[in-house]
Ligand binder design. Structure first.
Ligand code: AP5
Ligand code: MG
Length: 230
């Protein structure tokens, strides 16, 4: 399965990518996570991009494209990938087309996760995650069972919040999304690859809808059982 998850900050790309990775087997490749890992490790690339992430701006295309060309050449991407946060500009979309063509492979689908702006800001401002396994949580909608302990991996006192989740930076990230990233939607629509799901629904329902639009052939993992009324 080779897919892109597209959507504004807080749409649920990371949440859904992790779920699809578990159900469908392809690795999640998240540009934001890769940059944050470089920053954490103090690499030259991390130092180069740190301020850009803090400001909520896009890392220059040539830097991002070169990092992704390297990442997509790793053996774990040979049979598939779930791209989360890439491409994010028309230049990146065209560069990805060229990379895939060179490898003789094609994208299966581009899934757009649609969410209203107000909901996005509420989601991001309450978000935190486990520093050990990356599981995502939220102050209101997804609290861990024990306040200092990750439900997924059991790590204690590892919860962290992102530097770029301050309200003013979130607004800037949204502007950047509409200006630079939304224009790539027609690129994929014209190729017949674009599918849109309702990201305002509950997390489980969004996962299920994505699996339905992808189809069993691409993502054979078991969707949750349908709700029984009453
Ligand atoms: P990145 O890390 O990609 O951030 P983003 O796109 O702004 O998106 P987020 O990670 O904030 O949101 P998400 O859609 O993953 O939502 P999540 O699942 O966490 O990029 C960060 C920065 O890196 C960029 O600003 C830029 O500087 C740089 N960068 C990255 N890629 C780049 C590129 N290609 N080119 C140049 N620069 C690049 O969910 C959010 C919250 O909502 C969570 O709390 C979650 O629990 C909750 N939630 C999720 N789904 C639901 C639901 N259905 N209902 C209720 N709550 C939900
Ligand atoms: Mg994310």
């Amino acid at each position: 399965m080779r897919i892109i998850l597209l959507g504004p900050p807080g749409a649920g790309k990371g949440t859904q990518a992790r779920r699809l990775m578990e159900r469908c087997g392809a690795p999640q490749i998240a540009t934001g996570d890769l940059f944050r890992e470089h920053i954490k490790n103090g690499t030259p690339l991390g130092k180069q991009v740190e301020q850009t992430l803090k400001d909520g701006h896009l890392v220059p295309d040539e830097v991002t494209i070169s990092m992704m060309a390297d990442r997509l050449s790793q053996p774990d991407c040979k049979d598939g990938f779930i791209l989360d946060g890439f491409p994010r500009s028309v230049a990146q979309a065209k560069a990805l087309d060229a990379m895939l063509e060179e490898k003789g492979i094609k994208l299966d689908a581009v899934v757009q996760i649609g969410v209203d702006d107000e909901q996005l800001v509420a989601r991001i401002s309450g978000r935190f995650s486990c520093g050990a396994c990356n599981e995502g949580y939220h102050d209101v909608t997804k609290k861990p069972a024990k306040s200092n302990c990750c439900d997924n991996c059991g790590a204690e006192d590892q919860f962290k919040r992102r530097d770029d989740d301050k309200p003013e930076t979130v607004r800037e990230r949204l502007n950047v999304y509409y200006e630079n990233t939304a224009p790539i939607l027609p690129h994929y629509e014209s190729k017949g690859l674009l599918k849109t799901v309702n990201g305002m629904a509950e997390m489980d329902d969004v996962t299920e809808e994505i699996q339905v639009v992808l189809g069993k052939k691409l993502c054979p993992g078991t969707p949750k059982a349908p709700k029984i009324a009453g």
